[in-house]
Design a binder for this molecule. Sequence first.
Ligand SMILES: *Cc1c(COP(=O)(O)O)cnc(C)c1O
Length: 374
Amino acid sequence: MEFRDLKAQYQALKPEIDAGIQSVIDSTAFILGEPVAELERRLAEYVGRKYCVTCGNGTDALQLALMVWGVGPGDAVFTSDFTYFASAGTSSILGATPVLVDIDLATFNMDADALEQQIKRILEEGKLTPKVIVPVDLFGQPADYDKILPIARKYGLKVLEDGAQGFGGSLRGKLACSFGDMSATSFFPAKPLGCYGDGGAVFTDSPQEEARLRSLRAQGKSPVDKYDNREIGINSRLDTIQAAILLPKFRAFTDYEVKDVNRVANWYTERLKEKFVTPTVPEGFLSSWAQYTILLKSKAKRDAMQARLKANGVPSMIYYPRGLHQQEAYKDMKLSDEMFPNTVEATGRVLSLPMHPYLKIEEIDRVCKILLDQ
Ligand SMILES: *Cc1c(COP(=O)(O)O)cnc(C)c1O
């Protein structure tokens, strides 16, 4: 059994994907060929935003958005403590200071009350300027935007949605990557919508931001004269081949994959909810299930269960084994576990199970039998 079966998906879409790759090779338009523009149009339309600007990966997508807003030294950027490193690392690399926020243990997403406390603390300390909130749509489920967006307005902060895991998820029908002033996503192969290498995108409704993003992903070139640099940018583009791979995959994603992965999640939850803490999807939310993550009673039980699954040929993962406040790279911030009780709790007890749209009910039965068989 595969944790995320990319081979099954390829088998389902092989003729279209192979033809897409071949047509890019035939055209030799390897950089910013027509499929890239077509993908950007389709993604923007699906998400419900004016503009989509693709780039090299999800990390660059976050960094480009922060660069557009001029985030740098002296700025505080608030993000979840329980996430992939890039949610915070992209602020650090620009010289800004990530301010980590504890999570809600039910959804694993940023806790809005903890967010407001951290904003107040930074304002009281008076050393940093609060600038941006980076809520993360962890494991496929949008963050709590009903609470986070009013806090952003109250304190005059921008919101950069980290939708790397959230693409396809929604809140009352409004899709992930439409919540932030800008939103970023990733097409890393194992994400809900993945390509066959690295890829990412930024979404915005502002034509000025769109123009800056297009410039900054190409060294900061002028839109009229590419050898006239207006500012300092990076080199980060989505390969045409990756766009050609994403076009048929995006069709499958919207036609049936999001639906199918939700059916798989329901199979798990029906079987496991009596014995385990299964994922909470609050009223109005839809997850695209980047991960299906359960909570066990203790670290010892979690580790034993992972070993038992492994012995039975079932892969599982621990997303994430430590919070960002526990990263070596952030040791100078001197953050203690007591500041992030829910992250610490989650890191010790989470277990992510095999999850993808091509799982069959017999496979779910097999995984759940191992989990329930005590
Ligand atoms: C994967 C991921 C990223 C970074 O995406 P890459 O394409 O790997 O650079 C950022 N944030 C979160 C939450 C992610 O899961």
